[in-house]
Design a protein around this ligand. Structure first.
Ligand code: HEM
Length: 515
């Protein structure tokens, strides 16, 4: 202790000595000393605060004071070792082993998505918890239940069509402060993002964010900022000292659940939130509800009130940018490949030929269209949402692809490399939807376990059916309502924080109403 206090006392001198190499005046000499003192005070205060939060969360695993929610000084990755222990794997058999056969648990990095310091379906590494929670939540994404969401999705898509029409008519009718594009041009990246937020808002919280209409709801923006910053902090831990994370968007989830509960029988509607509330009520009625021991309830995956709020927020995080990026990418590949675009439009026109004017394509009309599915698959092959791969932790010494992998190693199922491997996908960088249609493909049949846009095994995407339904409905509507065309000279590179998105958050295409 004495040595530490001596070091602290000497530090300003040590720091300022290096800064003072060429002091000019007495004032110049003092400045670095003051700065050094300030920095040390700041560091000590933060260390104390971090220690306290750490201690609190160790004493109570469900530590959930307002401070823990809104200002997480303790980050689960703060003790990650600095030596690299990650192996990136793109061999199809090894990837299958990681995700399916051995079903290795998710890596520590996923804990960055723990909310209220509790496990949730996406973040948890605890297999028992995950099994129990997934059993409760998965039926919400069954095809039967999803069908009841079609009218909600249609309502949101109608708003999109109205908004696009408005902008095509008058390009200045965008939100104040947004760049006004030349007449006939639409930023589809922005609209796909806003539409998927509205849909998940409606289905997971019973309320659209009205992002398509107004683009001004604070919650999506605040959430995106926090998650982005959280990922930046994972790789640059020093940022935690200066930029605390703002988790106040969690309150939105809590408020929406409260509103729904208070509305009682009359407020019931068929959506994901109602499913969670009903599942909780069923568990309680069957005597399988919470025991009152918060920690045990969490590990057992019980649907506590907090769990209902958290899972709804998880749907918002996992189910918005993912679908919107996949749709933007598909539109981007289509405008760059007019022959493919024409063929898809023909398929959609045929499927919806009997629709009255203005009616949107229905799920029944689009769910089995081979070319539409092929185009979506091909775009997710070229640009998988998990662009940096899926990290898993090896729980015992193992041999994979002839290599010894010691316990504790992070194995990264490198999905993009797998998808771009010419052994599995000839002419891998080209957008060729025909490769997904066995009768038409010029290539050998696509092998099993080479395509993982939604991952695989126990941790595969629970929202896959939801996403496919949403993407089919939206793409079919856009392509049967508008002619679309490529706009040259724009960036289309992408970045990944939690999921993948276009770096510029913009992709512009020409649109005109079809006659
Ligand atoms: C095109 C759209 C989507 C893609 C490509 C996608 C992809 C993925 C992938 C690759 C994973 C595994 C992540 C990992 O192992 O680290 C995953 C998990 C998950 N996704 Fe999706 N997703 C999409 C849409 C959705 C939607 C719409 C929802 C919800 C409404 C959703 C909810 C989830 C959840 C809750 C998990 C965690 C499942 C578990 O661990 O049991 N996703 N998704």
């Amino acid at each position: 202790m004495a040595a530490v206090s001596k070091l602290l006392a000497d530090l300003p001198g040590i720091l300022s000595a290096s800064l003072d190499k060429y002091p000019k005046t007495v004032q110049d000499l003092k400045k670095p000393r003051i700065l050094a003192r300030l920095l040390i005070t700041f560091a000590v205060l933060n260390a104390l605060r971090k220690f306290k939060t750490n201690r609190d969360s160790m004493l109570n695993p469900l530590f959930r004071s307002e401070q823990a929610i809104t200002n997480r000084y303790f980050h689960p990755l703060s003790h990650i070792p600095s030596t690299p222990n990650i192996v990136s794997i793109a061999d199809k058999d090894a990837v299958r082993e990681i995700l399916v056969t051995s079903d290795f648990p998710k890596s520590e990095i996923h804990e960055g998505l723990e909310l209220y310091n509790q496990h949730n379906l996406f973040s948890s590494r605890n297999k028992d918890f995950h099994k129990n929670r997934r059993r409760l939540v998965a039926p919400a994404f069954g095809l039967q239940y999803l069908r009841s969401l079609e009218p909600v999705m249609h309502d949101c898509i109608h708003v999109l069509i109205r908004k696009i029409d408005e902008i095509l008519e008058d390009p200045r009718s965008v939100k104040k402060g947004t760049k006004i594009l030349p007449k006939g041009q639409i930023n589809v990246c922005s609209f796909m993002n806003r539409l998927s937020l509205d849909i998940i808002g409606e289905t997971a919280f019973g309320q659209s964010f009205q992002m398509v209409r107004d683009d001004s709801h604070p919650i999506p923006r605040q959430m995106a900022k926090t998650l982005k910053r959280s990922m930046q902090q994972t790789f640059n831990p020093w940022m935690r000292w200066f930029l605390p994370l703002d988790y106040s968007f969690l309150r939105f989830g809590a408020e929406r659940v409260k509103v729904r509960r208070e509305a009682g029988e009359q407020g019931k509607r068929a959506d994901l939130l109602q499913f969670l509330i009903d599942a909780q009520a069923n568990e309680r009625a069957n005597g399988n509800g919470e025991t009152g021991n918060e920690y045990e309830d969490m590990i057992a995956g019980k649907l506590t009130d907090r769990a209902v709020e958290t899972e709804a927020i998880v749907f918002l995080i996992a189910g918005s940018e993912t679908s919107s990026t996949a749709m933007t990418n598909t539109l981007m590949y289509l405008v760059k490949n007019p022959r493919t675009l024409n063929r898809l439009v023909r398929e959609l026109d045929q499927a919806t030929a009997n629709n009255p004017i203005g009616a949107l394509p229905t799920y029944d009309q689009v769910r089995n269209l081979p070319y539409l599915t092929a185009c979506i698959n091909e775009s997710m092959r070229l640009r998988p949402v998990a662009a940096t791969g899926l990290p898993r932790e090896v729980t015992e010494d193992t041999v994979m692809g002839g290599y010894n992998i010691p316990k504790g190693t992070i194995v990264l199922a490198n999905i993009p490399s797998l998808h771009w491997n010419k052994e599995y996908f000839p002419r891998p960088t080209e957008f060729i939807p025909e490769r997904w249609i066995p009768d038409e493909s010029a290539f050998p049949l696509i092998q099993d376990f080479t395509f993982y846009p939604f991952s695989a095994g126990t941790r595969n995407c629970v929202g896959k059916n939801f996403a496919m339904m949403e993407m089919r409905l939206i793409l079919a509507t856009i392509l049967t309502t508008y002619d679309i065309e490529y706009v040259p000279y724009q960036r289309d590179d992408y970045v990944q924080f939690i999921t993948t998105a276009l770096a510029t958050e913009s992709y512009i295409i020409k649109m005109s109403k079809r006659l």
